[in-house]
Design a protein around this ligand. Sequence first.
Ligand SMILES: [Zn+2]
Length: 286
Amino acid sequence: MPELPEVETIRRDLQECILGVDIAKVVVRLPRLVRGNKNNFIKNLQHSNIVKIDRIGKLLMFFLDNEKVLLVHLKMTGQLIYQKNKNTIAGGHSYGSDTNIYPNKYTYIIITFIDDSELYFNDMRTFGYMELIDKNNLEKVTSRYGIEPLRDNFTLDNFKKVLHNRKTTIKAVLLNQQLIAGIGNIYADEICFAAGVLPDRSVTTLTKDEINLLFQESKKILKKAIKYRGTTFSDYVDSKGRSGAFSKHLQVFGRQGLSCYKCKKGKIQKTKVAGRGTHFCNICQK
Ligand SMILES: [Zn+2]
């Protein structure tokens, strides 16, 4: 699932290509990926243009020149692929030859700009969505998200407040978007490893130092992951169809059974915490 670094990579790339270019045409091939009225969705998108792209947690927000905001959530397997000249092959690496030609059979929404470039919303498992809302209603949407490691509200004080009296595991808190926005399964495991804390530790048992480390590592790891344009584990590709290079820097996620890079003694274990596959080293993490 694309997490904050992957969604941020897409946001930054798209911001370079699609701002201020009028949308000529919108085709919805699978209506249930559009929340709300499909006809209004198309009508309001067509002939508008995108003035700014923002993001909160894993949610993309495209601000239009008509006071509407297009929300895009990629969920499990969603992709936003931008192609400068339609009918050419994008530079994707993570797919077989039949799916890196866009649009493909998983392309469910196509936005065509007046310069003939196209934005494809692909989603193999179809959990993602697009939704057009009034700018006035945006606050209602963003208020559902917690503090975010790349925003000013992510201070040690606020982090402590989030953890205070929480009777659950640290992993569950890191994954809870209403408390901390943007972290998913991959980065939660990587953050716990970097902080030397077992993911199933109860929040109430964390020491001051451990909380401080978790706070610092949350910022550090997400920043580093953005620098490497995110992690491709299964389906994530950036807006040009390319894989993220942070995969090579993963310390625990997906490394079950392999030797720990840090202590070189332990083997990475995999278990279930907060209902999710969870990776850790029981020598490096306490
Ligand atoms: Zn280790």
